[in-house]
Design a protein around this ligand. Structure first.
Ligand code: HDD
Length: 753
């Protein structure tokens, strides 16, 4: 505030003290250092204006990023110091009594360094330990005041800074990214009225209906407690034992066994708030709501064999993908859509909206697009930001409220509680990444690692000594929606919760033939890893209730007979409103950005015909793809016309599974060399097997046959053959084929094919 001008000492490393913008102004005579944020201007620049808001987001206006300047440390051209700021003269040798003598206890520099190192690790998250995050902003398409007073939706074009973290669920912190699993989709919005955390998943439903079962679920899916296996995988007895005894988990099982369980990229998956929430407006009126994030890049997935191989080739596949896209200025973007409905409408549904194992088909309650989220800056420090960020479902703001979903109720407690262990105390909200941009004033005090210097003698309320401050905000503050509750206290569930299969069937019936085949294959794989036959059998009997087609397919894959259907918990369930929902297929969201950020491998060797590759490189790069020249080794190669081509990747360090499409070059000599390389042939086979686009130029077409793909000579979807000279015609066809992501009709991942 104005009265603080000049009173806050200028600290060039802490340019933007919270709430005191004036602290960025150096006093007379002090030269300001260049703003460190200028160094990363490319990643700070918000993307161009959106047609839906009509207004451009302010350039580089990311208040979270700026507020973190106060803790950013830049050591360039600075001396090494201890934690007390004492300059260190020698960082190589400990202090000794003589060169060959004993090290001395007084060596406070060694002791400080080693002591700090000894305590570098904190407990990992009990679930969602493995994750990646980025900064960005949410931009409202328009005022939503009719429904909610929530700050981010106050007016058209309003920007709210966000930090979003994506994660796998079961694996430990160092586990592979491409495990079959749900993905966390957690967004912290630093709103004017405090932090709002929307802690969702890439799947709109959950395994269980009541938080009471969450520890059981997690114990069942985590590595088995006696031998600690398997890591980051549900394909083991305890998981399937649990879920086969919990029919309510069947719907989410369908999603996790579908290709949603192995996304191509965090940037290419949907996010869902899962629970029913409430929106509350200024008048205190409330409607129910579900939150949906839709990626502009579309929803795309891996295939299982690819996911398994990527896990070995690049366990950081999704982390790298997110990081590289943002570094290159390709900011991922999602549209936020709301399903808004009244309590009366909810009453009429065949399912209960308080049951997190159920979704509301978009055909019944369509999405209202309300804004977009753009992620435009990578964290500076993984630990300080991605690891220490604390998402809590309890963090809501005026205008948003909870429903009575019993799963949500448990979460409201669990997240705050877990941070206290994970982040070492009750002051985790003061870690820079967790501090709200909204001011914080209350009478909470002290505790381990307290940062705030609360002034004055008053830490209680009511008080007269501080004039009653901080004062209650009254109706300007958070007011819980006054829901009327008159029922008896019970442990139990509402009747509609007992229906467990209708939406699992709806999901299966809404998939394309290829998606269905992948679901069956995933069940087959997972259950084949289950060692106790009774568990396989029980799960199959549950699947019979979903689809006899699916149960038969899985049973055949396990060499088993289809058992009798598992008895249902409810015989006279209300009939479902719809039997097919096209929105549930991954194909419903092909994306609007063509081949932007797709990774294309162009094989090179000595003797390749260079001109066509250069043209192709240009055409693909102009379309936003990332082109890699991949050789049998990295380094320089010489084209047939003596051109120099640099391979930035090798088939050894970047096998074919890491790429979305492949180019086989022209040039007889090069083709001969490539054809005698087993890595090349494996690369081509994998690209073919996984249904990816392959463009074979001129003599390069022979490589297909060398890889055993005789059928390629015929018209096979996604296999393009060209002369290898003029790229003008073939480049657009190639680009269109890559944009299709995959050519599933060519996939040959089923046993015996
Ligand atoms: Fe949870 C983390 C999502 C049910 C208890 N959960 C966590 C994260 C996500 C979710 C995305 C990682 C946040 C981050 O990136 O730091 N969880 C969900 C969804 C659920 C769900 C979508 C169902 C709709 N969770 C759930 C229940 C409980 C928890 C029912 C407990 C009763 N979840 C936790 C936790 C975690 C967590 C133990 C571990 C680390 C953390 O919170 O910060 O409190």
């Amino acid at each position: 505030s104005d009265e603080l001008v000049g009173k806050i000492p200028y600290n060039s490393l802490k340019k933007r003290e919270h709430g005191h913008a004036n602290a960025v102004v150096p006093p007379p005579g002090v030269t300001a250092q260049p703003d460190s944020s200028a160094l990363t201007a490319s990643t700070l620049t918000e993307s161009a204006m959106t047609a839906k808001t009509g207004g451009a987001a302010r350039l580089g206006s990311n208040a979270t990023v700026e507020s973190l300047d106060r803790v950013r440390v830049d050591a360039s051209e600075q001396p090494l110091t201890t934690n007390q700021g004492v300059p260190v003269s020698d960082n190589q040798n400990s202090l000794k009594a003589g060169l060959r003598g004993p090290s001395l206890l007084e060596d406070f520099i060694l002791r400080e360094k080693v002591t700090h190192f000894d305590h570098e690790r904190i407990p990992e998250r009990v679930v969602h330990a493995r994750g990646s995050a980025a900064h960005g902003y949410f931009e409202a398409y328009g005022a939503l005041r009719k429904y909610t007073r929530a700050a981010p939706f106050a007016e058209k074009g309003k920007i709210t800074p966000v930090f979003a973290r994506f994660s796998t669920v079961a694996g430990e912190r160092g586990s592979k990214d491409t495990a079959r699993d749900a993905r966390g989709f957690a967004v912290k919005l630093y709103t004017d009225e405090g932090n709002w955390d929307l802690v969702g998943n890439n799947i709109p439903v959950f395994f269980i209906q009541d938080a009471m079962k969450f520890p059981d679920l997690v114990h069942a899916i985590k590595p088995e407690p006696h031998h600690g296996m398997p890591q980051a995988g549900s394909a083991h007895d305890t998981f399937w034992d649990f879920v086969s005894l919990m029919p309510e988990s069947t719907h989410m099982l369908m999603w996790v066994m579908s290709d949603r369980g192995i996304p191509r990229s965090y940037r290419m998956m949907q996010g869902f708030g899962v629970h029913t929430f409430r929106l509350v407006n200024e008048q205190g009126e409330s409607v129910f709501c579900k939150f949906h994030w839709k990626p502009l890049l579309g929803t795309h997935s891996l295939v299982w064999d690819e996911a398994v191989k990527i896990a070995g080739a690049d366990p950081d596949f999704h982390r790298r993908d997110l990081w590289e896209a943002i570094e290159s200025g390709e900011f991922p973007e999602w549209e936020l859509g709301l399903q808004i409905f009244t309590e009366e409408e909810a009453e009429s549904f065949s399912f209960d909206v308080l049951d997190s194992t159920k979704l509301i088909p978009e055909e019944m309650v369509p999405l209202t697009p309300v804004g977009r989220m753009v992620l435009n800056r990578n964290p500076d420090n993984f630990f300080a930001e991605t690891e220490q960020v604390a998402f809590c479902t309890a963090h809501i703001i005026p205008g948003i409220d909870f429903s009575n979903d019993p799963l949500l109720a448990g979460r409201i407690h669990s997240y705050v509680d877990t941070q206290i262990t994970r982040l070492g105390g009750a002051n985790f909200h003061e870690l820079p990444i967790n501090t709200p941009l909204a001011p914080v004033q209350n009478n909470q005090r002290d505790g381990i690692h307290r940062q705030s210097l609360n002034r004055g003698r008053v830490a209680y309320e009511p008080n007269s000594l501080a004039g009653g401050c901080p004062f209650q905000a009254g109706t300007a503050g958070f007011v819980s929606f006054p829901e009327n509750n008159t029922e008896d206290k019970v442990r139990g569930k509402p009747a509609k919760f007992a229906e467990h299969y209708a939406q699992a069937t709806l999901f299966f019936n809404s998939q394309t033939a290829v998606e269905k085949a992948h679901i069956a294959a995933a069940f087959r794989f997972e259950l084949s890893k289950v060692e106790v036959p009774a568990i396989r059998e029980r799960m199959l009997s549950s699947l019979v209730n979903v689809s006899t087609e699916l149960a038969a397919e899985v049973a055949a894959g396990l060499g088993m007979q289809v058992p009798a259907a598992m008895p249902k918990a409810i015989a006279d369930a209300e009939p479902a409103e719809i039997s097919v929902s096209p929105a549930l297929s991954l194909t419903a969201l092909p994306g609007e950005r063509g081949i932007r950020t797709r990774q294309i491998a162009v094989l090179v060797e000595d003797g390749v015909h260079h001109a066509a590759l250069a043209d192709l490189h240009l055409a693909l790069t102009n379309a936003g793809a990332v082109v890699h020249f991949v050789g049998p080794r990295v380094g320089l190669f010489t084209g047939s016309g003596e051109e120099i081509i640099e391979a930035n990747k090798s088939l050894e360090n970047a096998p074919g599974v890491l790429f979305d499409a492949l180019v086989l070059p022209d040039g007889a000599e090069a083709v001969k060399a490539l054809g005698s390389n087993i890595d090349t042939l494996d690369c081509i086979k994998d690209q073919f097997r996984h249904g990816k686009t392959i463009l074979a130029l001129g003599a390069g077409q022979a490589l297909l046959e060398m890889a055993g793909i005789a059928a390629a000579r015929d018209k096979v979807p996604g296999i393009l053959l060209a002369t290898g000279t003029d790229m003008i015609e073939i480049a657009p066809v190639f680009i269109e084929a890559i944009a299709a992501h995959r050519h599933p009709s060519r996939e040959c991942d089923q046993p015996g094919k």
